[in-house]
Unconditional design. Structure first.
Ligand code: KG4
Ligand code: ZN
Length: 329
């Protein structure tokens, strides 16, 4: 069976065609960066309007790249929660329209479950049960996942998400939007020990995150320096900041692995493309004898292939009614 997946929870308009194995046949993502760059962040109203412009062309392209027609579809899946409600509504409405027109089941899926399932898409055997770290611009979560369709949050951020902190740090250094990738690039030229930034909530056993103190420490450090910042100062600040974020994420995963006894760690979300994070998690899990499953980089940032978790729901006989809601949290 062929399924169409739709994602519009934040600022990426995405559609994907996958089979019920699941095997991904196409994954199209239209970025909205050009709409938001001049505001320095995602503007919800702008995001919803951009989804409206992009959604039908993106769905058409996903069908065309998979070389199938709409009438070949057996179900439509949409990530209907959590996210910006105006953005979610566009994807949910499109999915309902297709489900109704074709007379095929509609499956609403959780975007976070989708980020975890992106790890499954790159794996040759089941990754469940596992512990999961989902780390993106909107979320920083540790989840206990008995199966693809069940998860319990055991750690989360009390303030900013890790990606949001990286984006804001990049903005403070004048690196533009979206800042995470730019900060990552410049960090590779710097000294990670140049500045001693604090780790939020470092207590052993505490699985929650806080990045606001780290952000403030960066702001005060930048204020004390001569301006404009030199490239080498920017490199040192970026490297020290990124290393502190990565150290925090790795430590919290270590605590959570010890607390739960899980022998697999799945990692997804936009920040999971970061090579330093991937390498440091690799070292930590190797020391603990835990299997590390990293989402393939193309499925770390928001996409619709991860809506393939719908296949697992359909196997359990679950689908959604046509009054499916878009839920912000
Ligand atoms: O998953 P995603 O596309 O969207 C959300 O659900 O938020 O993640 C986007 C986040 C942004 O904060 C971005 O700065 C971060 O992922 N990101 C990175 C890198 N590439 C993207 N962070 C660190 N290093 C990168 N190379
Ligand atoms: Zn996401």
């Amino acid at each position: 069976m062929y399924l169409l997946g739709i994602e519009s929870s934040c600022d990426e308009t995405a559609a994907s065609v996958f089979t019920d194995e699941p095997r991904v046949l196409s994954s199209v993502v239209a970025s909205q960066d050009r709409f938001h760059a001049r505001f320095g962040g995602v503007v919800p109203e702008v995001a919803a309007r951009a989804h409206l412009i992009q959604i039908i062309p993106v769905i058409r392209q996903a069908l065309s790249e998979a070389n199938i027609r709409p009438c070949d579809l057996g179900a439509v899946a949409v990530q209907n929660r959590p996210g910006l409600v105006g953005s979610l509504l566009v994807g949910v409405s499109a999915a309902k329209m297709i489900s109704l027109a074709l007379g095929v089941p509609l499956v609403g899926v959780d975007h976070i479950e989708g980020h975890v399932y992106a790890c499954q898409l790159g794996a040759s055997k089941s990754i469940f049960p596992c512990l999961a770290l989902i780390v993106s611009g909107g979320h920083t979560l540790i989840l206990d996942c008995p199966s693809a369709t069940e998860s319990k949050r055991i750690g989360q951020t009390r303030d900013d998400a890790a990606g949001e902190a990286l984006d804001k740090a990049a903005a403070m250094m004048g690196l533009g939007f979206p800042g995470g990738p730019a900060l990552d690039r410049i960090a590779q030229t710097g000294n990670p020990n140049a500045y001693d930034f604090p780790m939020g909530m470092p207590q052993e056993g505490n699985l929650d995150f806080s990045f606001s103190g780290l952000k403030t420490a960066l702001l005060y450090t930048i204020r004390k320096l001569d301006h404009p910042l030199s490239e080498s100062q920017k490199g040192d600040l970026a490297a020290s900041f990124l290393h502190t974020v990565v150290k925090t994420l790795v430590k919290k995963c270590k605590y959570a692995l010890k607390a739960t006894g899980h022998k697999r760690l799945a990692v997804g979300g936009g920040v999971a493309v970061n090579n330093l994070l991937r390498n440091k998690l690799g070292e930590m899990t190797a020391n603990l004898g835990v299997e590390l499953i990293l989402a393939p980089p193309e499925w770390c940032t928001d996409n619709a292939a991860m809506a393939a978790v719908a296949v697992e729901h359909l196997r359990l006989g679950r689908c959604s009614p046509l009054d499916l809601d878009a839920l912000p949290c």
